[in-house]
Design a protein around this ligand. Structure first.
Ligand SMILES: [Fe+2]
Length: 240
């Protein structure tokens, strides 16, 4: 049997990642998957990236926030987001990242795949068609059907929507582990999932676990970053 730990949308929330690691013991897994968005909205981008760099058997891709950070570091203009308090978080992150962690981000693809048991698994930030597509579980069945059609992947693991779900449409398994570090559903606990595969058998389990949100709030205060994010982490809502 192969065991996969599914993480994503950590958003530099190292206290949440650390709580998950203490709870689930990542060394028990064959692979640790990260669907991207390592960075932005909390003050621990270096600790977060380092956690993956220090481990073997990790499979990571870039998310939209990571791509934006790399664009800023290349000297390109940040067109979106437009909101001032969001832009501050991007610029703070790009100034704070250590060179070895920037190099690591640069080395990552935008999507990837692997094989476990009888399953070919695709890993995407948005969807296989568009890394910026937010595929919510409430999306029309027809959209899932399109993504299932001609899919070389029997399992599609996605992030970006920050909503945990598991759906089987036309025999294709769609899994979103939710967001480790930036929840939008009013539950501030960290979200992740596990995937167990034995030959043709597949089992998905979602988890929500508490972490010390005040460690994140403290980091934001110390760096004099917008107050709205302290509230966002405390209540687990998007707010802007
Ligand atoms: Fe995200």
């Amino acid at each position: 049997m192969k065991k996969l730990l599914l993480l994503g949308d950590i958003h530099a929330n190292y206290p949440a990642l650390d709580a998950i690691a203490n709870y689930i013991r990542p060394e028990r897994f064959d692979w640790i998957i990260n669907t991207g968005d390592f960075t932005v909205y909390s003050t621990f981008p270096n600790e977060t990236i380092q956690w993956f760099r220090e481990r073997t058997r990790t499979i990571c891709i870039l998310g939209n926030t990571d791509r934006k950070i790399l664009r800023i570091l290349k000297g390109k203009k940040l067109k979106k987001p437009k909101k001032k308090e969001k832009r501050v978080m991007y610029f703070w992150t790009s100034e704070t990242l250590l060179p070895k962690n920037i190099a690591y981000l640069k080395s990552l693809p935008e999507q990837t795949d692997l094989t476990a048991g009888d399953f070919r698994i695709g890993v995407f930030h948005g969807t296989r068609d568009d890394p910026d597509e937010e595929l919510f579980p409430s999306a029309p069945e027809s959209r899932f059907r399109q993504l299932a059609r001609d899919s070389v992947y029997q399992v599609q693991i996605m992030g970006h929507s920050h909503v945990p779900y598991y759906k089987i449409v036309d025999g294709i398994h769609f899994i979103n582990p939710g967001s480790v570090g930036r929840m939008f559903d009013g539950d501030p606990r960290a979200s992740f999932a596990t995937l167990k595969i034995a030959s043709a058998k597949i089992a998905v389990e979602h988890f929500r676990i508490p972490y010390t949100v005040e460690d994140v709030v403290k980091g934001l205060k110390e760096q004099k970053l917008p107050n709205i994010y302290a509230k966002m982490f405390r209540v687990g809502e998007k707010l802007n």
